[in-house]
Design a protein around this ligand. Structure first.
Ligand code: F6P
Length: 531
């Protein structure tokens, strides 16, 4: 066993920066090139019909932003819901297509859902039940029996797809998010030796809050099919351990952060998610800060001394967009000298708009925007620009590079990647980040101006402080933020999780070998070469 541990340690490689190459090495050494399968609801590339052509879109999704570069490094298979109206046109007879378009580094396997399935599983149980249940945004979860049925059935369909795509009995399966709480146990039932890493991209609530879910035991049991269950923060891990303690008969080892339930043990661990740090070549391909600034000034029809704050979100009630608008209004009220010299731009990517809760929230935002513009606007000047449309990544990056301030005021957020993208975009080391203390990212980014988004006065003051912050202070804060995001990048997120998976797999191999030895079989071949 000691020899094996030594060999394992040698395979670990040197410490240092995490990048695609290091992740690839880890996959080949610790995981010996075994197959990686990702499962998520949202697909990384959406094919849409545009007249006679089919165009490709990238969805506004933190999950996709984080997992896609990892997949490019692993060359595995990504199973997701085929939601684009042109998706069927580009897949082969097995519903597979190689992506990214033109580079073809991994396989996207699409799974088709009927409108009825999507309504019950995605809109219903996942987004009217689990989403408000896990986010403290004071929106009531809705639990319908029919949605739960659809959720179970769709989880089973994805589990079957994983089994169909598996090329061995022990693939590494990365299950993503609250759409698939039941999937880990379903996969485990068919592939007992699979290594299942589940990552929960949203917060986990305390036991009292979670306890209102009528199917709380089934959900917990489903999740405990995982080998490793990851959350963004220690706090969410602690909430999960306490929830299991409250509702299941399980053994919890706090020292190791493991839960043993029935035959299986699950490691509960925090893996803060992040973004891919842009390479030098990528940065060199970006338009200059001056060009981005000029373009934004042109779009708003303002001069170069105008201060511009920016929000970029899915159009979702958890993002604190309403509170942000109130803070803009309050700042202009308190500091009338900024009327005509300050604008706030809110990009709001359309999201889940067929749900009533989202519709009424989105209407409210339009109304409040109109009211503020009426109150403080004048010919040629609008204090708030609401851009409720999809923006491609490059266009968002240009906005990040052109703005003075980025405002992230989520009422509750697992991590939030907008703040990290903003920091990565600012190679000029200028720009100020205002960040909600209720976003997971606040723990890693204390150099931002941290606010309680419910406290309008505090956020308004932070906006004023941001637009008047001296360049030297901006540089100091931004440099420090950039060091953090660069080091704690998405390859580190995936690398730490996969390294833990490698350790588990090694332990299982050792146990199997010891068992064989005890059973009296002689087996001289080196263990690591066999698996
Ligand atoms: O925040 C949770 C999450 O799954 C993210 O990972 C992602 O950004 C977002 O929700 C996507 O929402 P949807 O897939 O419903 O558009």
């Amino acid at each position: 066993m000691r020899d094996l541990e030594d060999e394992y340690r040698r395979a670990q490689g040197p410490e240092g920066e995490w990048n695609p190459e290091r992740l690839r090495q880890l996959l080949h050494t610790r995981l010996r090139g075994d197959q990686v399968i990702v499962v998520s609801n949202r697909e990384p590339y959406i094919h849409e019909k545009d007249g006679d052509r089919v165009i490709v879109k990238r969805p506004a999704s933190g999950l996709v932003t984080a997992v896609e570069p990892v997949m490019r490094a692993c060359s595995g298979t990504w199973i997701a819901h085929g939601s684009g109206n042109g998706d069927r046109q580009v897949v082969d007879s097995h519903d597979r297509v190689r992506v990214p378009p033109g580079r073809e580094e991994y396989t996207l396997r699409r799974l088709w859902l009927t409108a009825e399935e999507e309504k019950g599983y995605y809109y219903g149980f996942a987004n009217e039940g689990m989403w408000p249940l896990c986010h403290v945004a004071h929106v009531r979860p809705v639990f319908r029996e029919s949605d739960w049925q659809a959720y179970r059935e769709v989880n089973q369909r994805f589990a079957d797809a994983v089994v169909a795509e598996a090329r061995s009995e022990n693939p590494i399966v990365l299950v993503q998010d609250y759409h698939f709480a039941l999937l880990p146990a379903m996969i485990r039932a068919k592939l007992p030796r699979a290594t299942i890493l589940t990552f929960w991209h949203i917060p986990w609530p305390n036991p009292e809050s979670f306890g209102i879910c009528p199917w709380r035991r089934e959900i917990l049991q489903g999740m405990l099919g995982s080998t490793i269950l990851g959350f963004h923060t220690r706090y969410h891990c602690k909430n999960f351990l306490e929830t299991v303690d409250r509702y299941l008969e399980a053994r919890i080892e706090h020292e190791y952060s493991t839960i043993s339930f029935q035959e299986d043990t699950t490691l509960i661990e925090a893996y803060p998610i992040s973004i891919e740090w842009p390479t030098e070549a990528t940065v060199a391909s970006w338009p200059s800060i001056q060009a981005c600034r000029a373009k934004l000034e042109g779009r708003l029809n303002v001069g170069s001394d105008h201060k511009i704050a920016l929000g970029v979100d899915r159009f979702d009630y958890t993002k604190g967009i309403l509170e942000r608008l109130h803070a803009v209004e309050r700042m202009l009220e308190k500091c009338p000298e900024w009327v005509g010299r300050f604008s706030f731009v809110q990009v709001a990517a359309p999201s889940r708009g067929s749900l009533e809760e989202y519709k009424s929230f989105q209407d409210r935002i339009h109304q409040v925007t109109a009211r503020i513009n009426e109150r403080f606007g004048r010919p040629g000047y609008m204090p708030v620009h609401l851009l409720a449309q999809h923006f491609a990544h490059d266009a968002v990056n240009e906005l990040y590079r052109g703005a003075d301030v980025c405002v992230v005021t989520s009422l509750h957020d697992g991590m939030n990647l907008v703040c990290k993208e903003f920091v990565a975009a600012r190679d000029d080391r200028q720009g100020v980040l205002i960040l909600s203390r209720f976003a997971g990212a606040a723990r890693e980014m204390p150099e931002s101006l941290i606010v309680n988004p419910y406290h309008v006065e505090e956020t308004a003051d932070a906006m004023l402080r941001a637009i008047t912050m001296p360049a030297a202070e901006q540089r100091e804060r931004m440099s420090s933020l950039r060091m953090t995001v660069r080091e704690f990048n998405v390859y580190r997120w995936a690398g730490r999780m996969l390294a833990d998976a490698g350790r588990t797999r090694l332990r299982e191999r050792i146990e199997a070998r010891v068992q064989r030895h005890q059973d009296g079989q002689t087996d001289a071949a080196p263990l690591l070469a066999r698996g």
